[in-house]
Ligand binder design. Structure first.
Ligand code: DGY
Length: 284
């Protein structure tokens, strides 16, 4: 009987669900990503689909940096080491990491989150290179980020941060062939979508020292995590926390509710993902 649905990323909104909601006018996803929803089918059924863009950009960029720093400076390993009672004194070669300052930051997917991650790199005096479907001239002007082709991104990044959404081009884009083209000292961080990286192949690359480390917030078969990653000390793995702050999750919830209220009161919701629906004969 629902006229509106508020859904989370893990709620699969497929044809079966949509067909079982005969009165449905709006599906309001409480996330920026919408790959859990069959958008073409919702559009065909004249249902608005909305998301919560913008409000989680800075929060997710902060988390990308938390991963960059914790992998490169072995923060999680250090914490475990100390709690295990192994800290018996300063040693010159204890838990050596890699420098971040002055290195090259590579961004795969220079949208809102990629831009926010890049801005933070200024404080680390990093050179920023990026690869994206389209050039982002604003970011090139603002932070002197340099557009490069995909092989150059792989070859030159010291820290490669994935902020791209999942689409035909990004799906499975990083596998063993790509890791072999990266520096042995490189760190890869994924705050975009899990299916962009072939996790089994990443686990192999990390184990064999083909790349230096990885920081992950999203997984290929979420919430299942590739077993091979779980025992690796050079991987920092966190449970999809990109937007997880009190402030941001509250804003996301407010936006999700507002989108439903607008749609159900006969207005066009602010964060419409399927504007094509407007061309259809909208339900009243
Ligand atoms: C999103 O919004 O798509 C994030 O992955 C969860 O906050």
């Amino acid at each position: 009987d629902a006229h509106g649905l508020i859904t989370m990323l893990f709620d699969k909104v497929d044809r079966i669900l949509i067909d079982s909601c005969q009165k449905l006018c709006v599906i309001s996803n409480c996330a920026v990503g919408t790959e859990n929803i069959d958008i073409p089918y919702a559009t065909k059924k004249r249902i608005f689909v909305t998301n919560t863009p913008g409000v989680l950009t800075e929060t997710t960029a902060d988390l990308a940096w938390a991963l960059i720093l914790s992998v490169s400076r072995r923060v999680v390993e250090g914490d475990t080491f100390l709690r295990d009672g192994k800290f018996i004194g300063w040693r010159p070669s204890l838990l050596l990491g890699v420098n971040v300052y002055g290195k090259t930051l590579g961004i795969y997917g220079m949208g809102r989150i990629g831009t926010a991650v890049s801005r933070r790199a200024k404080g680390f005096d990093m050179q920023v290179i990026y690869h994206n479907r389209r050039r982002n001239e604003e970011v090139e002007r603002e932070i002197r980020a340099k557009y490069v082709d995909f092989p150059t991104l792989l070859r030159e990044s010291d820290f490669l941060v994935i902020t791209a959404p999942l689409n035909e081009e990004s799906q499975g884009r990083f596998g063993i062939e790509e890791f072999r083209k990266m520096k042995r000292t490189a760190v890869i961080v994924n705050v975009g979508r899990g299916q962009i990286i072939k996790e089994k192949e990443l686990a192999f690359a990390l184990k064999e020292g083909i790349i230096w480390g990885a920081g992950f917030d999203v997984y290929e078969r979420e919430p299942i995590v590739e077993e091979g990653l779980l025992n690796l000390k050079n991987a920092v793995l966190i449970p999809h926390l990109g937007s997880a702050t009190e402030e941001t999750r509250t804003k996301m919830a407010d936006i999700a509710i507002e989108n439903v209220i607008l749609a159900l009161s006969g207005n066009i919701p602010k964060n419409l993902v399927n504007p094509k629906v407007l061309g259809e004969n909208k339900k009243s």
